[in-house]
Write a protein that binds this ligand. Structure first.
Ligand SMILES: NC(=O)c1ccc[n+]([C@@H]2O[C@H](COP(=O)([O-])OP(=O)(O)OC[C@H]3O[C@@H](n4cnc5c(N)ncnc54)[C@H](O)[C@@H]3O)[C@@H](O)[C@H]2O)c1
Length: 316
């Protein structure tokens, strides 16, 4: 399949690698020719790195051979079946680009934006076929984090959502569908919740910024590499999510209230989470799952102990 990428900055280059690594022909467009001049070296450096890490099945130069560049948007999108827009996060700019893409491509082509916070409804107004505009927001860089939030607007067609999810899966991503457009989507909302609290704790003299980072890297980060917040809660109390919520819900509610948040874990909400998570973390398997978690944590600890790349905070 031919993939067109619009914008050759950090995300555009990373998407080019992700799609070309999976065998697709990729054309990258940028309005700034100097950006395209340096792209090839940038791509080779990143691919050489992935190759040295044993993460490629082909020679880097073979993969780069599938990536072409042009300052001509029409040439870039000609015969493309999927476009990934990676221009700066400015609503007027994305609106103009999507208007051009709508004009230059057939209505069967999926037009995806890497937007970090703007939903497609913010920039699809000038399109004749807004049903093919969708946000595909990657973790950076997608060839290592491999998560992408797929966010349809209220007019994006279900077929576009399905085809986008399939393509992302085929290129090795773990696409997650966000059901409603919401500012910041989910990745940045979760990150934002942590950052908000971290800033408030530093402001209030509770802890230093470096110590926040140590709590994250030595504690929550290790844990979250193995289990998400709901998986963690499922194993932090022997009775699973319901048990955890009954033990901890009020305390977390009081902490939220201190920050003017009024989001209690209501019984129906806890039930909804417990039902979904219960399929993975059966209470009857609690001990076996705890053992499995601990084995994973032991592996992470061994990796950290033997690697030179986990020592950002060593001399703090
Ligand atoms: N950097 C991140 O960590 C990250 C993560 C996820 C999503 N995103 C999103 O991805 C998008 C791109 O971010 P980035 O960090 O790669 O930006 P960047 O500034 O590194 O790159 C943007 C590129 O777009 C080019 N450009 C500007 N106008 C253009 C136009 N009209 N047509 C074609 N190209 C044009 C610029 O010359 C530049 O090379 C943004 O929406 C951003 O929010 C960024």
């Amino acid at each position: 399949m031919k993939i067109a990428i619009v914008g050759s900055g950090s995300i555009g280059a990373a998407w080019a690698i992700t799609f070309a690594r999976a065998g697709h022909e990729v054309c990258v467009h940028d309005v700034d020719p100097t950006k395209l001049d340096s792209l090839n070296t940038n791509l080779i450096n990143r691919l050489d790195f992935l190759s040295a890490e044993g993460m490629l099945t082909e020679e880097p130069r073979k993969i780069v051979g599938r990536i072409s560049t042009t300052t001509d948007l029409g040439e870039c999108v000609a015969n493309a079946e999927y476009v990934q827009e990676c221009a700066p996060e400015k609503v007027e700019l994305k609106e103009a680009i999507f208007e051009d893409l709508d004009r230059l491509t057939s209505s069967a082509v999926i037009l995806a934006s890497s937007s970090s916070a703007l939903g497609a409804s913010k920039f699809n107004a000038k399109m004749k076929h807004p049903e093919r505009a969708i946000v595909v927001h990657p973790g950076n860089p997608p060839y290592l984090l491999s998560i992408a939030e797929v966010v349809p607007s209220d007019v994006t067609s279900p077929e576009v959502v399905i085809a986008t999810m399939e393509l992302l899966t085929q290129v090795g991503m773990h696409p997650v569908q966000v059901k409603k457009e919401i500012e910041g989507f989910v990745f940045n909302r979760l990150q934002g919740a942590i950052l908000r609290e971290a800033y408030a704790l530093v402001r209030d003299g509770v802890i230093s910024p470096r110590e926040i980072d140590i709590i994250m890297t030595q504690g929550l980060g290790k844990r979250w590499a193995v289990l998400g917040p709901f998986g963690t809660s499922s194993l932090n109390a022997q009775g699973g999510i319901r048990d955890h919520a009954s033990r901890m819900g009020e305390s977390y509610f009081r902490m939220g209230k201190e920050r003017n948040q009024n989001d209690p874990w209501t019984p129906d909400l806890v039930e909804k989470v417990a039902e979904d998570m219960g399929e993975i973390f059966q209470v009857a398997d609690w001990e076996a799952n705890v053992e499995k978690r601990d084995r994973a944590l032991a592996e992470i600890n061994k990796l950290i102990a033997t690697s030179k790349n986990f020592n950002f905070y060593e001399n703090s």
